[in-house]
Design a protein around this ligand. Structure first.
Ligand SMILES: Cc1cc2nc3c(=O)[nH]c(=O)nc-3n(C[C@H](O)[C@H](O)[C@H](O)COP(=O)(O)O)c2cc1C
Length: 305
C-alpha cells in the first residue's frame, strides 16, 4: 500500500509536506515549465509589501562555498499589482498558495492580510518578520519578542486564514520568539530565514554585495537550521515548517524527524528547478522502505535514547 503523504497543518490540508520557500520560486508561475505547483504541498510566494519596492543595490547574489548570499531587499511590485497581475494565475483549486507578507509597520501587515483574505486562491499567510519596523527605530521584528507579539496580533485581528510566522535565525534564542508567536495567535511557525553574512572581493576590497551584507542560505546553514527546528519543537506546540539548506529528500527527512511537519525548499530551486518533486518522490520511497504508513509517524520521531 502507498504510504500517506498528506499533512494537516494550521488548518490546511496539504497533499504532501513539501513547499517552495519564499523568494525562491517567484510567485509560482515562473517555474511552471519545471514544476506543476499543484503537485507541491504548497507554494509560498516571494514576500509582498503594501507598496512597490525597488530592492537593494546590485549585485544582489553571490555564490559561496556551500550556498549563496542574497540581498534582494524584498523587491516587489506591491499589493495592488499582486492582486491584479499574480493572483489570477491561481485558478487551479488544487494549488495551495501561501502568501508571504512583509511590512514596515504593524498596520501594513494587517492591511495586506485583510485585503488578501477575500480571495479564495489564498490559503494562508506566512508573516516574514525579518523586516525592520520603522515605528521602533528600524528594529528587526523577529529579533524582539514584543514586536513579534504585536505584529502577529495585528495580523490575527485582520484575518481568519491560517497565520504562519517565519522566524529568523539571527537571534540569541529562537525558541523565545517562537513562544511569542504562539502566544499571539500564530497557527504555525516556519524556520529558518537566512543568516546574515557577507563576502569581500580582495582585489577591489569591496563587498561583493551592493548592500554590503546579505542573507546566507543553502547547505552551509542546514545543521544550524536543523538544531533550531529541534529546539523550537521542544518549546512550543505549534506545527513547524522546517527549511534551511534542504537539497535532497534525505535532508528533508532530517527536518521531519527533528520535528517539522512540513519542509520548504529554497536555494536548491536555483540549482535544480525540479528538485521539489524529486524530494517528494524520495520521501515516499523512504516511507515504503522503512514501512511507515504515513509521513505523520515520522514527525518528531528523533531517537534520543
Ligand atoms: C534569492 C532568495 C530570496 C529570498 N527571498 C525571501 C523572501 O522574499 N521572503 C522570505 O521570507 N524569505 C526569503 N528567502 C529565504 C528563503 O525563503 C529561506 O528561508 C532560506 O533561503 C533558507 O532556505 P534554503 O537554504 O533552502 O534556501 C530568500 C532566499 C533566497 C536565496
Amino acid at each position: 500500500m502507498k504510504p500517506r503523504l498528506e499533512v494537516k497543518i494550521a488548518g490546511l490540508k496539504l497533499k504532501n509536506p513539501v513547499m517552495t520557500a519564499s523568494g525562491t520560486f517567484g510567485y509560482g508561475d515562473e517555474f511552471a515549465d519545471y514544476v506543476d505547483p499543484a503537485r507541491l504541498g504548497a507554494v509560498i510566494t516571494k514576500t509582498i509589501t503594501l507598496h512597490r519596492r525597488e530592492g537593494n543595490r546590485p549585485p544582489r547574489i553571490s555564490e559561496t562555498a556551500a550556498g549563496m548570499l542574497n540581498s534582494i531587499g524584498l523587491q516587489n511590485n506591491g499589493l495592488d499589482d499582486f492582486i491584479k497581475n499574480k493572483l489570477g494565475a491561481y485558478k487551479d483549486p488544487r494549488i495551495k498558495l501561501i502568501v508571504s507578507v512583509g511590512g514596515e509597520t504593524n498596520a501594513e501587515y494587517g492591511r495586506i492580510v485583510r485585503e488578501l483574505s477575500v480571495f479564495k486562491q489564498v490559503s494562508a499567510f506566512e508573516l516574514n518578520i525579518s523586516c525592520p519596523n520603522i515605528e521602533y527605530k528600524d528594529k528587526i521584528i523577529a529579533q524582539d519578542e514584543r514586536l513579534t507579539r504585536e505584529v502577529v496580533k495585528e495580523a490575527r485581528r485582520n484575518t481568519r486564514l491560517p497565520l504562519i510566522v517565519k522566524l529568523s535565525p539571527n537571534v540569541d534564542d529562537i525558541a523565545k520568539i517562537a513562544r511569542a508567536a504562539q502566544d499571539a495567535g500564530a497557527d504555525a511557525v516556519s524556520l529558518i530565514n537566512t543568516f546574515l553574512g557577507m563576502a569581500i572581493d580582495v582585489r577591489t576590497r569591496k563587498s561583493i554585495l551592493g548592500n554590503i551584507t546579505g542573507g546566507l542560505s543553502g547547505p552551509a546553514i542546514k545543521p544550524i537550521a536543523l538544531r533550531m527546528v529541534w529546539q523550537v519543537r521542544n518549546s512550543i506546540t505549534l506545527p513547524i515548517i522546517g527549511m534551511g539548506g534542504i537539497m535532497t529528500a534525505r535532508d528533508a527527512l532530517e527536518f521531519i524527524i527533528a520535528g517539522a511537519s512540513c519542509v520548504a525548499v529554497g536555494t536548491v530551486n536555483f540549482v535544480d528547478p525540479g528538485a521539489s518533486l524529486e524530494i517528494i518522490a524520495g520521501i515516499e520511497r523512504y516511507l515504503v522502505e522503512h514501512k511507515f504508513k504515513g509521513i505523520n509517524e515520522l514527525v518528531g520521531s528523533l531517537n534520543v535514547s
